[in-house]
Design a protein around this ligand. Structure first.
Ligand code: SF4
Length: 893
């Protein structure tokens, strides 16, 4: 008998429903929930692999003070006393909380209430500041409230979908699959991608505009002027429901209005820009979806408003298939926005001008009445010593903040650092004085809100491990230990949710679109059974109907916005260049972003061998001509430097990369790479309105890493190689029953055999060693067998191409007994039968390698991704690898 629990994926803001099946032995399998309106049964590669990430290795299971296990009473008392003493001596603004879009709404609500209503400071900010606060600020300027007007269904009902600054195929895969399915059903539908890089998202696009980084306002101001000239204006809507039209259009006309000039400024072909403008004119049903490529900029808020202006001018908002659509990165970034997790908002979409309302509702002894420090400012204040105690919840700022080395140093110097997390070893947990064990995804209970304002339950299906506790419980206890027991009497997540819902409706009278007052008196049973529901839900009746009807909802369909006069606002914006331009010392532009199969700082996804197998190392993607200028070779190592920090990465040549810019992923940490933290390189410049950092534009220089030797090691156990002398470059990543290490050094050890035996010492004295050495060629190869099974192998060469492929060797770890042929071929690094080498992993869902796909294409004459799917299964689950399969088909042709 297995139990099935309906819950929600903990990764991106699509918010897919997941069914978790738990069998009698505690084994778990997951599948997409066919009844969840966000995904209708689909999951991407990350969601599909969720069951791989549930092991308790690396979990923080007990409270610790300075590395020593303590009981909860001791830990809570120390946190409360530490914060109380510092507040008493230095005031409420001397402490801070740094929270996360990984928290559930109930956790978030309590953290915000404790800081803003009881400590009396607004120094609580969330890591969502780093990914979507420009959208928040843009929404507030245009609509009077931070509200996404549309829903996913609009993307399917549109005739024109424009994806700006979004690699949707990799970062929001299920939404991308919905768009592609709609496109195949509607031959008139056009897809335009505006992005400096040619990404997997461009694969199905009718038009890709590879815009010069930072030029979005030029492009959308140009569109606004073009629409105005063409008379493509919804005059009734503009006159009746908006303000600021004249100023916005005048500002747009002050810049380039000739298409040739705009195209030149944006670095895109004139014909193609004109084609995009004409498409916009011709299609009433238009959705512009935007993401981090727009938000993560020192002009991010202006970019958001430049996009919204075009929708207001044409009245394309609040209608089926039309509207601007901000898609969020994290699973509960939206929930955090709703409770006031940002230091610049108060609670329930109220601002500080409504501090009195919130204080009366909370019956709070104090209330923050001015905004607190935003993320980057907060860590700078910690570095200066202005903030003396910080509590970091469920996030990893030592990796993810810009100028991340400075953030790490600030935490190291801070008198009191508390970290609550489910993981025992992260770059941030290592800086903590007090570590509080929190529950992980499978154990948590509460709600999250996705990018289309849909509130879904996250339900526990595994018991709490060790002494880990829910985040809301930890915050509740600290508040009680600080003397606020009367206001923190919650017994379960439902108690918090219903209070949050009541606050949303408190003295609202329709002024705030965020109103879920209809859910305020849910019983425990109703809360447990809550179906996904999009807000607003202002009345109980509506709440009950919403439980029967999970349909999508649009805001502003009546043309009434959340501003004092009910009108939306055009915002006059002027192009502003990125804060730091490339120069002779740093001639390139660093652009950062996500990969298909990893999530944030890899604390979860690195537990999955199939996810880790897609891209195993941090890389620097560069145009081949730029690579030539900088003496870089594909597959070699490079050193990346900015004025803020440095890192090492594998070079990837890609002619889809815009010349002059380099892309590098955000995921690697000190836990998985010697020097792979991209945050250390990012300039800490922020948008003046939103405080969002400029992650997409830091001047960079890049040069070859002068390695004397390259190598890799596969080992049954993970080895602690961080302190190994002579290892200038290392990356570690799990495989199926083995660990993989990529290695390089500037100096070769004097005796490879001695070095190898020390490194692989875990093999033990009874290991059977095989070795091969060619001193002149610089080759060294060794393998350690235990019994008849593979225990470890090490391959060293003078240059990367001389190393064998890893896939076949990795496959030997799955065998309990090597054959004689395996042993004979072992040190050659390749099987006698080439078909046994499946190649680098392409399809993570079914573990299908590159060589297998190429072989099938050639031998079976496969012509389409569908044919590859029928032959091998690859690409038939989540579809995330289809663009790579297409690329292999094209290469074969
Ligand atoms: Fe999770 Fe993928 Fe759905 Fe995002 S698209 S919520 S990562 S399954």
């Amino acid at each position: 008998m297995s139990e099935t629990v309906q819950t929600t994926c903990p990764y991106c803001g699509v918010g897919c429903g997941v069914q978790a099946d738990v069998d009698d032995d505690g084994g778990v399998s997951v599948r997409g929930d066919p009844d969840h309106p966000a995904n209708r049964g689909r999951l991407c590669s990350k969601g599909t692999a969720l069951a791989d990430t549930l092991g308790l290795d690396d979990r923080l299971l007990y409270p610790e003070i300075r590395g020593k296990r303590v009981d909860w009473h001791t830990a809570l008392d120390r946190v409360a006393t530490g914060f109380t003493d510092i507040i008493r001596e230095y005031g409420p603004d001397s402490v801070a909380f740094y929270v996360s879009g990984q928290l559930l709404t109930e956790d978030y609500y309590l953290a915000n209430k404790l800081m803003k209503g009881y400590i009396g400071s607004a120094n609580i900010d969330t890591n969502s500041r780093l990914c979507m606060s420009s959208a928040v600020a843009g929404h507030k300027r245009a609509f009077g409230e931070d509200a996404v007007p549309g829903c996913y269904e609009d993307l399917e009902r549109a005739d024109l979908v424009v994806l700006v600054g979004s690699n949707t195929a990799w970062c929001h895969p299920v939404v991308y699959q919905r768009i592609i399915a709609a496109k195949s059903d509607n031959p008139h539908m056009k897809l335009v991608v505006i992005d400096p890089r040619r990404t997997a998202t461009c694969d199905e696009a009718d038009l890709h505009l590879p815009i010069q980084p930072g030029r979005d306002v030029d492009l959308f101001n140009g569109l606004l002027a073009f629409l105005d000239n063409a008379g493509c204006i919804d005059r009734d809507f503009v006159n009746t429901h908006t303000g600021g039209y004249e100023d916005a259009v005048t500002a747009a006309r002050d810049g380039d209005t000739d298409i040739a000039d705009i195209a030149r400024a944006c670095g895109v072909p004139e014909q193609e820009l004109a084609a995009f403008y004409r498409l916009f004119v011709d299609n009433d049903r238009t959705v512009i979806l935007f993401s981090q490529g727009v938000n993560q900029s020192s002009a991010g808020t202006d970019k958001v408003n430049a996009i919204i202006n075009c929708h207001l001018l044409t009245g394309r908002i609040g209608k089926p298939g039309a509207g601007p659509f901000s898609i969020t990165g994290q699973p509960n970034a939206m929930g955090g926005r709703e409770v006031g997790g940002l230091s610049s908002t108060l609670a329930a979409h109220m601002g500080f001008e409504q501090a009195d309302t919130v204080q009366r509702f909370w019956d709070a002894p104090a209330i923050a009445d001015t905004p607190g420090l935003k993320a980057v400012d907060m860590f700078e204040a910690i570095g200066r010593g202005d903030i003396k105690a910080v509590w970091v919840m469920a996030t990893n700022p030592v990796v993810s903040l810009p100028d991340a080395d400075a953030a790490r140093d600030a935490l190291r110097e801070c008198p009191l650092v508390v970290v609550s997390d489910c993981m025992a070893a992260t770059d941030t947990v290592e800086c903590a004085d007090i570590r509080l064990p929190a529950l992980g995804w499978a154990e948590k209970d509460g709600t999250v809100t996705n990018s289309e304002r849909r509130i879904s339950r996250q339900r526990a299906f595994l018991p709490p491990p060790g002494e880990a506790r829910p985040d809301w419980w930890i915050i509740n206890q600290v508040a009680r230990y600080m003397g606020f027991a009367d206001a923190f009497e919650y017994e379960c997540a439902r108690d918090i949710f219903t209070e949050h819902a009541r606050l949303s409706g408190f003295e609202n009278d329709g002024q705030r679109a965020f109103d879920i007052g209809g859910l305020a008196d849910l019983s425990r049973a109703e809360y447990d059974a809550l179906k996904p529901v999009a807000w607003p839900v202002p009345h109980r009746e509506t709440g009950q109907e919403a439980q029967k009807n999970t349909a999508a909802k649009r805001l502003f369909h009546d043309g009434v916005f959340s501003t004092p006069d009910g009108r939306a606002r055009f915002v006059a914006v002027t192009p502003r260049p990125p804060a730091h331009a490339p120069d002779a010392d740093y001639p390139l532009i660093l652009n950062t972003g996500r990969l298909r199969d990893h999530w944030h700082t890899m604390t979860r996804t690195a537990k999955s061998a199939r996810l880790s197998g897609h891209i195993v190392e941090p890389f620097a993607q560069i145009h081949p001509q730029d690579a030539q200028v900088h003496a870089l070779e594909d597959g070699a190592l490079a050193r990346l430097e900015t004025r803020w920090g440095r890192m090492q990465a594998r070079v990837r040549l890609d002619d889809g990369q815009r010349r002059g810019s380099v892309f590098a992923p955000i995921h690697w940490t000190r836990q998985y790479a010697a020097a792979g933290r991209i945050g250390a390189l990012v300039n800490p410049v922020v948008d003046p309105v939103s405080g969002e950092p400029e992650f997409k534009h830091t001047p960079l220089r890049i040069k070859p890493f002068a390695a004397r030797w390259y190598g890799f090691m596969l080992a049954r156990e993970s080895l602690d190689i961080a302190a190994e002398a002579g290892l200038d470059y290392w990356v570690r990543i799990p495989g199926a029953r083995f660990w993989r290490f990529e290695l390089a050094g500037a100096e070769a050890p004097g005796d490879w055999a001695l070095w190898a035996r020390r490194l692989l010492g875990a093999a033990g004295p009874d290991a059977d060693w095989l070795e091969y050495r060619d001193g002149r060629a610089g080759h060294y190869r060794a393998a350690a067998l235990r019994g008849d099974a593979m225990h470890a192998c090490l391959f060293i060469a003078g240059e990367p191409p001389a190393l064998p492929a890893r896939a076949w060797l990795a496959g030997l770890f799955a065998k309990d007994k090597l054959t004689e042929a395996d042993r004979m071929a072992l040190l050659a690094g390749q099987p006698a039968d080439p078909a046994a080498d499946t190649g680098a992993q392409i399809c993570s869902c079914f573990g299908v390698g590159r060589n297998t796909i190429v072989d099938a294409i050639e031998k079976q004459g496969l012509k389409t991704p569908q044919a590859v799917g029928e032959a091998l299964g690859a690409g038939t689950n989540c579809g995330s690898c289809v663009p790579e399969i297409k690329a292999l088909l094209n290469t074969s042709r």
